[in-house]
Design a protein around this ligand. Structure first.
Ligand SMILES: [Zn+2]
Length: 321
């Protein structure tokens, strides 16, 4: 793992990822009693040895671990690092509930496959989803019974800031104008914001509100989970709000009078040339935009015979008239 010194005594450890974007950052935050480690990388088979070796490069002990959200590249090696350091793992209460629901549940791949089927995704793609879900599972070794934390709590002087959207329970840390932003704020990548089974009902609305909150908090530096430090986090938050405003307009423009599923509409927004794994993110992201449009009365949702589909709002009005 590559170690980089950042201002304020913060250290960045970069962990390899077998899938795009190819890396994920963990951060070591200095404190009087030792380091607070933020995020743990994915649980590759040799994660424990990698972490033991990486932590030998820094003086002092890791005294606590925070997992910012339950996605594989952030939570994956939590149990390994806890073993190496003996430090307690902290995780958001909502995030940990979803972590158990998704990774601690052998039924989950079937559950998510059935949900995608109801959004029009063909069975060959949902079957692939079940396979890939089972392939990923061994690489996610979350720590059971973590210390549960949430918005407003403090960890060694850092304030925890809830930033739902990319994940419902996404947490950031803020101190002295430095935001450890995890996947809430990324530089070149627009964080994925998808609707998922059992997720909060309006992830895109959550994300836009969290971005407005970031603008209010006005950090001067953000240290993201992927990519380089952001010197203008407020400007980036404005850009992401504008990006989703355009994507909402494009989603609205793809609606017609006849119902279209999230799967069908994902072609209008993301094109036809996607592998199954990318298609599932495209569908989830299309659905988060559709649900926001429904709440803004710019789209209507129709539930018939176990299939969810969307139209321009006129049909909804006529149907209910
Ligand atoms: Zn990530």
């Amino acid at each position: 793992m590559e170690l980089l010194e950042l201002p304020g005594g913060i250290r960045r450890l970069t962990c390899p990822l077998p899938t795009r974007p190819g890396h994920v950052h963990a951060y070591l935050l200095p404190g009087a009693d030792g380091w607070t480690l933020v995020d743990t990388g994915i649980g590759l088979p040799d994660a424990e040895e990698r972490w033991a070796e990486a932590l030998r490069q820094v003086d002092g002990e890791v005294v606590r671990i925070l997992v910012t959200h339950f996605h594989p590249d952030h939570v994956g090696a939590a149990a390994d690092v806890a073993r190496v350091t003996g430090a307690p793992v902290h995780q958001g209460a909502l995030d940990y509930a979803q972590c158990e629901l998704v990774w601690g549940n052998a039924e989950w791949p079937e559950r998510i496959a059935a949900w995608f089927l109801s959004h029009g995704v063909p069975r060959e793609i949902t079957d692939e989803l079940i396979d890939s879900g089972n392939v990923y599972r061994p690489f996610i070794r979350y720590q059971p019974h973590p210390e549960l934390v949430g918005e407003g709590d403090r960890l060694d002087g850092w304030e925890l800031v809830a930033a739902p959207g990319h994940a419902d329970g996404q947490l950031c840390l803020l101190k002295d104008g430095v935001l450890i932003s995890a996947d809430h704020l990324l530089g070149r990548i627009s964080p994925t914001v998808g609707l998922w089974p059992e997720s909060r009902p309006d992830p895109l609305g959550d994300f836009l509100a969290a971005l407005r909150r970031t603008i209010e908090l006005s950090p001067r530096l953000a240290l993201p989970g992927h990519g380089e430090p952001l010197e203008d986090p407020v400007g980036r938050a404005h850009e992401l709000i504008e990006h989703h405003r355009e994507r909402l307009d494009a989603t609205e423009a793809a609606l017609a009078d006849e119902p279209r599923t999230g799967f069908e509409l994902s072609f209008a927004l993301f094109g036809a040339d996607l592998k199954p794994a990318a298609r599932r993110f495209a569908v989830a992201e299309t659905l988060s935009h559709l649900e926001r449009l429904v709440l803004e009365r710019r789209a209507a949702r129709h539930d018939a015979d176990g299939t969810v589909a969307y139209t321009a709002p006129q049909l909804g009005r006529r149907a209910s008239a």
